[in-house]
Design a protein around this ligand. Structure first.
Ligand SMILES: Nc1ncnc2c1ncn2[C@@H]1O[C@H](COP(=O)(O)OP(=O)(O)OP(=O)(O)O)[C@@H](O)[C@H]1O
Ligand SMILES: [Mg+2]
Length: 688
């Protein structure tokens, strides 16, 4: 097993009483699932999809996945079926430059299928599944357990290469040669791998597609569409939703290195200050791993929803985690479903690991469990380290995972992300870095207090007040709503059967949302990046139309909030869904709830801070000093947990010598691939 862990090690609060706060804090829900809904099932028909495929970076001609090939009669009866648990798909050309897909495995002879007249069904591409129907060969290839990003890249190569070659068919092109001409050509049969997609390929394919789309007669806009246009601005292309599959933002080199280590099967932990892109990277990691053997978990339900997974405790099948290790292992492994999940899991991802009590990482618990199943599991992947551990009410001592004796034994490599993406302003970034370690100079105090009278409101959108206590934020929101005149509109969520309680715990969307015209709201989902309709964007309800709230945002865009879906997995792995309007009241938010968010207009009173790191979390939500108002500030409110500082000192001391730090004893490498990666990394380090 390998572990990947990422986090800003930052104690925030005695989290148990505030767990309920987590409900509405996280960024968007299961992006992968969201993405699968948005992708048309017909690759070569839907122009927006095609254009989107141009925008995705990469384009490989090789894919490793599970496959089944089925040959059927014209009536649909199966005449032959071949299953490959692990297959390699390759795109190749023959001596006549005809394109083929080659399916090979250790156990079966290679099958080559001509890439002519194919239909690609990719609705579930985000789950690592797709199917390709080869009309001429009379068979269908079912792909599963493919790393979603690789699958997208592979399908993209097929699309770009095939589109680029369309219409090149004059009688002289070899691909159109008759069988007789081919036989007489005297060329020896040979196959070569198709090269990855190049800029020239894209240019060529685009030139074949775009003229086609302009000749399409658009159907007259329906009444509904006209209305949408007025209220939403240009209809957002759903495929541009910032999914890990479709996003065009590239990982920076430090993020890329973490991804590579994960793919090499290392147990890793990555950390970084707020806004360095830990969550962004995490989603890319999930999308780059084979879904059937990857389990995404997090310490809290809401964080789990963010990565489209389940809580670590639910996955482990240990309930609330109380009892001895033997007892817990017995308890978990007696449940067939739990034991099966552990056996299947090769990559375990743990987000927000800092909220996991160190006890979970005792040799006893986590290691005990993984050792139990060592023979089955090849890796375990964990991530993120944002909050303080959640401890049982009875316990007084709180312990971070990194303080557990088995932490060093579990983690092979540690990384620190350093480039801050959320804030562009260098002065603000350096203030935040000082506050993060509890150091406040007079200049910092003065600069922050200087924002107290700043006018950051615009166009009726008020600043969100971040409160150190949840009850304060709840009280502010309900009293401000009451103060508004006008009719209340109630929006109740539609939940999967009997799942409301779980969904309350694991999604950011409220079960019941009460709004009025004039209500200050926050968007809870990324709707359209280009229009700035992103998670955390602040707006005000300006009217209701067709029973739905129309919100004007800070960038003056209006948006009619239609119900969106949030997906989470329950402990048995089934997908649960909540459908709700993607808004929440935003006069005030608790600091705890605001973690992970980027806020574009925010004020805070830091006089009631009660936990190490809380001031840092609050301040680091702002995008710049110009969109922030600190009402009161005292350097005594800023301090960092001593054990966290110690951890970072140790961590940094090693980082001074090398950028990639093997902490503790590495786990026994089980594969050559792992050994190879270690050799490469060590060579790199020696070179530096
Ligand atoms: N490589 C990148 N290219 C472009 N934008 C990026 C990149 N990495 C992160 N971002 C953007 O930076 C912002 C902050 O990223 P993210 O929320 O992942 O940070 P974080 O480290 O998880 O922060 P926090 O600790 O507050 O949760 C997001 O808007 C994200 O889209
Ligand atoms: Mg985050």
């Amino acid at each position: 097993m390998s572990i990947i862990a990422c986090d800003r090690v930052m104690p925030l609060t005695d989290a148990l009483p505030l767990m309920s706060d987590c409900i509405s804090l996280q960024l968007s829900a299961t992006l992968l699932v969201m993405c699968s809904e948005h992708i048309s099932s017909r690759l070569f028909v839907d122009v927006p999809v095609l254009i989107d495929l141009f925008s995705i970076s990469g384009g490989e001609s090789f894919l490793s996945c599970a496959t089944t090939v089925e040959w059927t009669t014209p009536q649909g009866s199966i005449v032959r079926k071949v299953n490959y648990r692990t297959a390699s798909l390759r795109l190749i050309r023959n001596e006549f430059r005809e394109m083929f897909m080659e399916i090979s495995s250790d156990k079966h002879a290679a099958i080559r299928l001509a890439l002519k007249g194919i239909n690609v069904f990719k609705k579930f591409m985000a789950e690592g599944k797709a199917s390709v129907k080869f009309q001429d060969a009379g068979c269908t290839l079912f792909i599963s357990n493919a790393p979603p990003t690789n699958l997208v890249s592979f399908l993209r190569t097929i699309f770009v290469k095939m589109t680029g070659e369309k219409d090149q068919s004059s009688a002289t092109t070899p691909s159109k040669q008759s069988m007789r001409a081919k036989l007489l050509s005297g060329k020896a049969q040979s196959f070569e791998e198709i090269s990855p997609v190049t800029v020239a390929d894209i240019h060529n394919a685009k030139s074949k597609i775009i003229p086609k789309s302009t000749t399409t007669t658009p159907s007259p806009p329906t009444k509904k569409r006209k209305h949408d246009d007025a209220s939403r601005g240009p209809a957002p292309k759903k495929l541009y939703s910032p999914s890990p599959l479709t996003t065009t933002s590239a990982l920076n080199p430090e993020q890329q290195r973490v991804l590579e280590a994960c793919l090499g099967g290392k147990n890793i932990f990555f950390t970084g200050s707020a806004g360095t892109g830990k969550s962004f990277l995490l989603k890319r990691i999930v999308a780059a791993l084979p879904p059937d053997v990857t389990v995404a978990t997090a310490s809290t339900g809401v964080a789990a929803c963010h990565v489209g997974g389940t809580t670590l405790h639910a996955f482990a099948g240990i309930g609330d985690g109380s009892g001895t290790v033997d007892h817990l292992c017995d308890k978990a492994l007696k449940l067939p479903l739990v034991a099966q999940k552990w056996r299947k899991c090769k990559h375990l991802i743990i987000d927000e690991i800092s909220m996991v009590d160190g006890a979970f990482f005792e040799p006893d618990m986590f290691e005990g469990m993984t050792n139990h199943l060592e023979e089955y599991s090849s890796y375990c992947v964990g991530t993120s380290y944002n909050y303080t551990p959640v401890v049982d009410k009875g316990k007084t001592e709180k312990r971070f995972c990194f303080q557990s004796p088995c932490w060093d034994r579990c983690i092979d490599l540690c990384f620190e992300l350093k480039e801050v993406h959320r804030q562009k302003d260098h002065e603000f970034v350096s203030i935040l870095n000082s506050i993060r370690i509890g150091r406040v100079t007079k200049e910092i105090s003065d600069r922050l207090l200087g924002t107290a009278r700043q006018n950051i409101e615009s166009d009726g959108i008020l600043a969100t007040r971040l409160c150190s206590h949840t009850n304060d934020s709840k009280m502010i929101n309900s009293s401000k709503l009451q103060d508004l005149d006008g009719e209340e509109k109630v929006f109740s969520s539609q939940d999967s059967d009997n799942a409301s309680k779980t969904l309350d715990m694991q999604t950011i969307a409220p079960a019941k949302l009460i709004l009025k015209v004039g209500a200050q709201v926050m968007l809870l989902k990324n709707i359209n990046l280009n229009s700035g309709l992103v998670n955390g964007a602040r707006g005000v309800v300006v009217r209701f139309e067709e029973g739905l709230p129309v919100v004007r945002f800070k960038n003056k865009k209006e948006y009619m909030a239609r119900a969106e879906r949030w997906y989470v997995r329950n402990s048995s792995g089934s997908l649960l869904c909540r459908k709700q309007v993607p808004l929440n009241l935003a006069w005030a938010f608790s600091i705890h709830k605001s973690q992970g968010l980027t806020l574009d207009c925010v004020e805070m009173s830091l006089s009631k801070i009660f936990e190490a790191g809380q001031a840092y979390v609050a301040l680091s939500r702002a995008q710049s000093l110009d969109t922030l108002r600190v009402l009161d500030f005292d350097s005594r409110h800023v301090w960092a947990d001593s054990s966290v500082l110690e951890f970072y000192q140790k961590f940094r001391r090693r980082l001074q010598h090398m950028e990639i730090v093997p902490l503790g004893r590495p786990l026994a490498d089980k594969t050559n691939k792992k050994l190879k990666l270690r050799e490469i990394l060590e060579k790199q380090m020696r070179r530096k």
